[in-house]
Ligand binder design. Structure first.
Ligand SMILES: [Zn+2]
Length: 100
């Protein structure tokens, strides 16, 4: 498949409208927040065109930008709690910190 920048921009704009009727549950968002979303490993033609926050890797996982923002908050909170627990010595250093 040939990457089409115009189509990609249109799809990103549609996604940014947040009109998708698809949904994702809070527990699914929490699950992703626990492991971290893996996206844009190396070169990402979608990211190059529309930017990190709207790239295909994000759109494929979250139906709307609101869901993505919720994930970012949940991920931040998860890492904060994790860091506190590591500091308290209750868990090992390598637990749950992959995929960042
Ligand atoms: Zn990407």
């Amino acid at each position: 498949m040939i990457f089409d920048e115009r189509t990609e921009r249109r799809k990103a704009e549609e996604w940014e409208q947040g009109n998708s009727t698809e949904t994702i549950s809070l527990s699914e968002i929490a699950d992703i927040a626990a492991v971290g979303l893996t996206y844009c490993k190396d070169y990402c033609s979608s990211r190059e065109t529309v930017g990190q926050a709207s790239c295909y890797c994000v759109r494929a996982r979250f139906p709307t930008p609101e869901h993505y923002q919720l994930y970012l908050k949940a991920r931040h909170e998860y890492q904060r709690i994790l860091a506190a627990r590591i500091a308290a010595g209750t868990i090992g250093e390598n637990y749950g910190t992959q995929n960042d």
